[in-house]
Design a protein around this ligand. Structure first.
Ligand SMILES: [Zn+2]
Length: 457
């Protein structure tokens, strides 16, 4: 699997987090299902935006790219994404491969030279619009700049002559029988296909990226790869993730409406971000709001607290709840798998996990006891599936809450039912002194140890 990675010219934001967490969950699930997955995500470290930003700051483009690459990888590590990626190839390490592919395209007549630039001749590739389903005539309505030197407006750049001060490489190509030296840098689209051809060969299974990359980026990738290397289709499955919107608009650098991952992590645990992402289907757009983020954090608190109650349930030799607990674990496995195998339906698989944990909690709260074996099976099933989302990895659920505190929580609930709010609040204050926080959610009261989830308040 190859996923279009970050162009490293600034800090990554929550829109990027959604995209990479979506693919991380997909990768984890494929591996869980026994597929031998190699997951490659590139880092674009030679690109117009990097050059422009470096010029603004009056520093070398290479230095800027290195700085933001480092910060990006730190973010991905905290979000639990980096560990699942086998390889992060960088543009500047694949210049030789890009030159080779450029030569193949020139030889086969799919590319032409124009004043030090190399362009792709879109009219020569007859399946150009097969991914997007657009008509060739419609393409000009998209943001394609008519550049000097192009035969057609929708032709795109493969190799760009460098201006003074820009990162540049010298490559030799043969064009119309003459050897020519080109001094410049690769265009964006060819980087991915030259890289994946070097790593996977001319055909591989899954290519992922955000929906907005269907055209022109992935459309151009198909044209570049299939024309140069001759294998069709060069990708068997395309997976596209929906964008993250904020107040109805796409979260993006250019619209200045973004929240960086770093800022979000100051307030929220990385697991809360992963929970939020998993609560919507990867293909669907997601509408971000502080409410959504807070609600994800509070639901996660609820899962930790509920799982903690089951985790600390009394164990006995002869228990009458074993079959019930095992049934809950089996149902979790079945429902989770059915949902994930239906185009990675994470909202449904997340609700299977939710169901299992809340049912296990109820077993414990019914003052029943459980056998050691059944309990351990149920615990390991919950953790196995929570791991697909990358949640429940803290050991917060292990510390038991005291009987006394539990009784107080129940007593407070009864008082609230009787609308004795003043007395209920007194209990809440007492619990707070013991470090136990209470939150009233639509699922009932959630307690948690304040010191742990402080960030999610
Ligand atoms: Zn890409």
């Amino acid at each position: 699997m190859f996923v279009c990675g970050q162009t490293v010219y600034d800090d990554a934001h929550l829109g990027h987090a959604k995209n990479y967490i979506d693919f991380d969950i997909i990768a984890r699930w494929l591996r869980h299902e026994g597929y031998k997955l190699t997951y490659v995500q590139n880092i674009t470290d030679v690109e117009d935006k990097i050059i422009a930003r470096a010029e603004e700051r009056n520093i070398p483009a290479e230095g800027l790219a290195k700085l933001y690459e480092k910060r990006f990888l730190e973010d991905m590590e905290v979000l639990g994404v980096k560990q699942d990626i086998d390889m992060y190839p960088r543009t500047h390490d694949y210049i030789k491969e890009i030159a080779m592919q450029t030569q193949l395209l020139l030889d086969k007549g799919y590319a032409y030279l124009s004043d030090g630039d190399v362009y792709y001749d879109v009219d020569k590739f007859k399946d150009y619009t097969k991914l997007s389903g657009m008509k060739l005539g419609e393409l000009t309505r998209h943001r394609i700049e008519a550049e000097e030197g192009k035969k057609k407006q929708y032709d795109f750049i493969i190799w760009k002559a460098a201006k003074p001060g820009e990162p540049n490489w010298k490559i030799k190509v043969t064009y119309k029988g003459k050897e020519i030296e080109l001094d410049g840098r690769p265009g964006w689209h060819i980087e991915d296909t030259a890289t994946t051809n070097a790593i996977f060969g001319p055909q591989y299974d899954i290519h992922g990226g955000a929906t907005e990359l269907i055209f022109p980026h992935h459309t151009n990738e198909i044209a570049l790869a299939e024309a140069a290397f001759g294998k069709k289709p060069f990708v068997k499955y395309w997976l596209h993730t929906g964008v993250l919107n904020i107040k109805g608009q796409k979260m993006s650098k250019s619209l200045h409406n973004f929240i960086t991952i770093r800022d979000a992590l100051k307030k929220y645990d990385p697991e809360a971000i992963r929970f939020m992402v998993a609560s919507s289907r990867y293909r669907s757009p997601m509408e971000y709001s502080d409410m959504l983020m807070k609600s994800a954090a509070s639901k996660l608190n609820f899962l930790y607290a509920s799982f903690g109650i089951f985790y600390n349930m009394k164990e006995v030799k002869e228990a009458n709840t074993d079959s019930e607990a095992l049934e809950i674990a089996n149902k979790l496995e079945k429902d989770f798998s059915v949902a994930m195998n239906n185009d990675f339906d994470t909202p449904l698989s997340l609700s299977a996990l939710w169901d299992a944990i809340t049912k296990l909690r109820k077993l414990a709260e019914a003052n029943k006891s459980i056998g050691k074996e059944a309990k351990s099976v149920a615990i390991s099933k919950v953790l196995e599936f929570a791991k697909i989302f990358g949640i429940m990895e803290h050991d917060w659920y292990k510390e038991p809450i005291s009987e006394e505190a539990l009784e107080q929580i129940h007593a407070r609930e009864e008082l609230r039912k009787e609308k004795k709010f003043k007395e209920a609040d007194e209990i809440r204050a007492e619990l707070s002194k013991k470090g136990i926080a209470l939150e009233d959610t639509e699922y009932g009261p959630v307690w948690y140890f304040e010191k742990r989830l402080k960030k999610s308040n």
